[in-house]
Design a protein around this ligand. Structure first.
Ligand code: CP
Length: 317
């Protein structure tokens, strides 16, 4: 594996391989083994040009649990605020001997530029670029679904026949895009339900179905309901729904949650707008996987860094 830039180019076999390695990483951690020596001597740089809690911390934990040295770079407080370009920032990292670069950037395509520009030799992992992709989030979502659906018999399996409903602000969601490619590759059926103004026009070319009525979609009894965050910060004064109206029409409120079968998985990538797209009762219920998703993120990111930096080949994106 040279880079992990998106899920669109991942085959089923590559995705299953990564999820199986994540199972190995989870098994090691469940045995309370604090560290593996796998990436001793390697340097991973976390290059974050946008805010993050879960992704940045879990990449740092993942790299450290594999014994890599970790350098955390945040654009805030760096020379980026003085106008330094991505190229000059990247070449500074190259001079520091980075083997892997985990990048989050507001511009869609920034990780691809970094991976293909020749500015650095390091492997690049996309930790979320603009509204484009967030591949490790989709992989940890798939890992969480596979574990809940198949338990100890997860290894080697996809998500065949699982019906996943993704709800809300698809337009601005790189999580939705990465899941829309990955989950069908693993055999799941994906439906996107959103207000027409928050559904991108190019979903016609995605391997998903789309609809515009949440109650009807929930009535089809999906196995998984994945709520998306309303991304007000990306709306730039354009359409921003009235919060109360949005919660009433598009939120997983108490009434909608209570009507779900108790086997329905409730997912959210975080951070959550409680009371807007998801009610506290749903977010904190046993059906919610929100905390599992965060915990599983470390195992999945350990698997990605292992494939990227250990010299193993097999998956590529
Ligand atoms: N899900 C996710 O990407 O969360 P952060 O923005 O906190 O990393």
């Amino acid at each position: 594996m040279n880079h992990l830039l998106g899920t669109r180019e991942l085959s089923r076999e590559q995705a299953v391989e990564l999820l199986d390695i994540a199972e190995d990483m989870a098994a090691v951690q469940e045995r309370e083994v604090k560290k593996l020596p796998t990436l001793r001597g390697k340097t991973v740089v976390n290059l974050f040009f946008e805010d993050s809690t879960r992704t940045r911390i879990s990449f740092e934990a993942a790299a450290k649990r594999l014994s890599a040295d970790v350098i955390n770079f945040s654009a805030k407080g760096s020379s980026v605020s003085k106008g330094e370009s991505l190229k000059d920032t990247a070449q500074t990292l190259q001079a520091m001997g980075a083997d892997g670069v985990v990048i989050r950037h507001p511009a869609s395509g920034a990780p691809l530029t970094l991976a293909t520009s020749g500015w650095i030799d390091a492997g690049v992992v996309n930790a979320g670029d603009g509204t484009h992709e967030h591949p490790t989030q989709a992989l940890l979502d798939a890992f969480t679904m596979r574990r809940r659906l198949h338990g100890a018999a997860s290894r080697g399996r996809g998500l065949d026949g699982a019906r996943v409903l993704i709800v809300g602000d698809v337009l601005h969601s790189r999580v939705a895009r990465s899941n829309a490619w990955l989950l069908p590759a693993l055999g799941a059926e994906v439906e996107l339900v959103a207000p027409p103004t928050l559904l991108p026009v190019d979903t016609r070319r995605w391997p998903v179905t789309t609809s515009y009525d949440l109650d009807e979609a929930l009535g089809r009894r999906p196995d998984v309901v994945m709520m998306l965050r309303i991304q007000a910060e990306r709306m730039h004064g354009a359409f921003f729904p009235n919060s109360r109206e949005y919660a009433r029409t598009w939120g997983l409120d108490d009434a909608r949650f209570d009507a779900l079968p108790d086997t329905t998985m409730v997912m959210h990538p975080g951070p959550m707008n409680r009371g807007l797209e998801i009610a506290a009762r749903a977010a904190d219920s046993p059906q919610s996987t929100v905390r599992e998703q965060v915990a599983n993120g470390v195992s999945v990111r350990m698997a990605a860094l292992y494939l990227l930096l250990s010299g193993e080949r097999g998956a590529a994106a």
